[in-house]
Design a protein around this ligand. Structure first.
Ligand code: SF4
Length: 495
């Protein structure tokens, strides 16, 4: 809910939102300012604030003043400081798309049950990015004004089209002699088709690998079958080879959670610890591509995912206190949004939406999409979300009717449900997901999985920040600062 200023006494209210949460203490109401500052208050305090019964000079009054919930007309002008805070939080708006996904082929030898991209068979033709389209995509990427660029190769299985990957990397490196951008290359791969030649090339250009590890062998092989039924072993072998050639941190892993996965949070986490990863990403299934068709078997209500997530997070917090460093990547992004003046910049947690403004996808068919999810809809027969051809200038693609539609439904602060939600400063807008799930990019938050997930996770983190003991707080701060638990002291950041 939102309260707006009235002018009945010496101080004025600034716009703020509030939300009641679980009551562990009398401070069960979270109030958040327009610029993302927050404070826990009791119900009587909220009433005093709203009805302008605050005692000037009290600690509570000073807190509210410092965090821009109130101001004193004639004594100070909060707007310049609030504008600076707002600018910091929305700083990503000053940069063009930084994440550029090149879908070099749709071919793949895996038959993953939840596959989001409707892969093509190994020998399938007409599913590779052409040389001319790849060259044009590199041009589009450099038309972005972002100083930092990530070139991510996706599939299908990109290593099946490695010659195209090699060409693109070489063109980018050559062009960057003049451009002088900060460029990171990533290949998202099963690692199944890794060769020494690929590893040598990756070493030369400091290419990172991102792979899928769904948990222990039984779970991984069930989720990600191959004709030879050894996908888990081949993944581990690939991880070992990348680490040997390029160093331990040159490979990261993602897990996709099927209904089967939700029964074994500890086993999944234990596998990541065993394989020496420092980060795990516990992401739910997406409603796209094959995943949608297999939904009845694999999907689950988002409430089950949130319950799983809380259990997994509790286990991770326990392990970290024992000296194992393993952060959960989505929690780390949310913590950055909550505890710092800056946005994590993560595409799904941006408002205005990150689709097209933060990321662009150059598909194998020569068309450009505003996000990976948007191109996955194409494989479901939905073409409506393409921005245009890779041969059109970036300025034209970003002015396309699809971009206009996404942006007009992609500002969370203006969306029904979000506009008066106390969590909006830390959340994002995802018009592509709402279009995919609800057939409407604006969407209805009461039925939105995106909202239920973010609301569930944000509330849980806020409650941990308010109620958990110092050891848990130290783990959360260690994830935020990417430092070991032992290196983190507690500073007085609690609201
Ligand atoms: S999506 Fe849900 S949690 Fe996020 S701001 Fe909107 S209403 Fe709040």
């Amino acid at each position: 809910m939102t309260l707006i200023a009235s002018d009945a006494s010496s101080y004025r209210l600034l716009p703020f939102r509030f939300m009641r949460m679980q009551a562990e203490s009398d401070r069960d109401v979270l109030i958040t300012s327009e610029t993302g500052e927050y404070l826990w208050v009791s119900d009587p305090q909220l009433q005093d604030l709203g009805f302008k019964r605050l005692q000037p000079g009290s600690a509570f009054y000073r807190d509210l003043l410092a965090r821009h919930f109130i101001y004193e007309p004639g004594r100070h002008d909060p707007l310049p400081q609030m504008a600076a805070q707002y600018r910091s939080r929305k700083d990503f708006l000053f940069q063009g798309p930084a994440l550029h996904l090149f879908v070099v082929t749709l071919r793949c030898n895996h038959t993953c049950q939840y596959c989001q991209v409707s892969r093509a068979p190994l020998g399938g033709s007409g599913h590779d990015l052409s040389e001319a389209d790849a060259r044009a995509a590199v041009e589009r990427m450099f038309e972005s004004n972002s100083r930092v660029l990530t070139v991510e190769f996706q599939g299908g299985e990109p290593l099946l089209a490695f010659e195209r990957v090699r060409q693109i990397v070489e063109w980018v490196v050559e062009r960057n002699v003049l451009e002088q951008r900060d460029i990171q290359f990533v290949i998202t791969t099963t690692l199944y088709h890794l060769t020494d030649d690929i590893l040598d090339f990756a070493k030369l250009h400091r290419i990172q690998f991102s792979t899928s590890l769904d948990g222990p062998a039984s779970l991984h092989n069930a989720n990600r079958p191959t004709p030879t039924r050894n996908s888990f072993e081949r993944t581990l072998e690939g991880i070992r080879r990348v680490r040997e050639h390029l160093g331990h941190d040159a490979v990261s892993a993602l897990t996709t959670l099927t209904a089967r996965s939700l029964e074994q949070p500890r086993a999944i986490i234990d596998e990541y610890v065993k394989q020496g990863f420092s980060s795990i990403s516990l992401r739910p299934l997406s409603p796209y591509g094959f995943a949608s068709r297999s939904a009845q078997r694999l999907d689950y209500p988002i409430e089950r995912y949130v319950a799983f997530y809380k259990e997994a997070l509790a286990y991770l917090l326990e392990l970290n206190q024992q000296g194992v460093y393993l952060s959960e990547s989505y929690a780390s992004l949310l913590l950055k949004n909550i505890l710092t003046p800056f946005s994590s910049g993560y595409v799904d947690l941006r408002s205005p939406t990150g689709a097209g403004t933060a990321a662009l996808v150059y598909n194998y068919d020569g068309y450009v999409y505003p996000s990976d999810e948007a191109r996955m809809l194409l494989e479901m027969g939905e073409e409506g979300l393409r921005l245009g051809s890779v041969h059109q200038p970036l300025s034209e693609l970003l002015r396309s009717p699809v971009m206009e539609a996404l942006l007009s439904s992609g500002v969370a602060e203006t969306l029904p449900g979000c506009s008066d939600c106390a969590l909006v400063a830390f959340c994002g807008a995802d018009p592509v997901e709402h279009f995919a799930r609800q057939g409407d990019p604006v969407g209805h938050r009461s039925f939105s999985s995106f909202c239920k997930k973010n609301m569930g996770l944000l509330k849980h983190l806020f409650e941990l920040l308010r109620d958990a003991d110092d050891d848990v707080q130290r783990v959360l701060l260690s994830w935020l600062n990417r430092r070991s638990y032992a290196d983190v002291g507690l500073s007085g950041y609690r609201g």
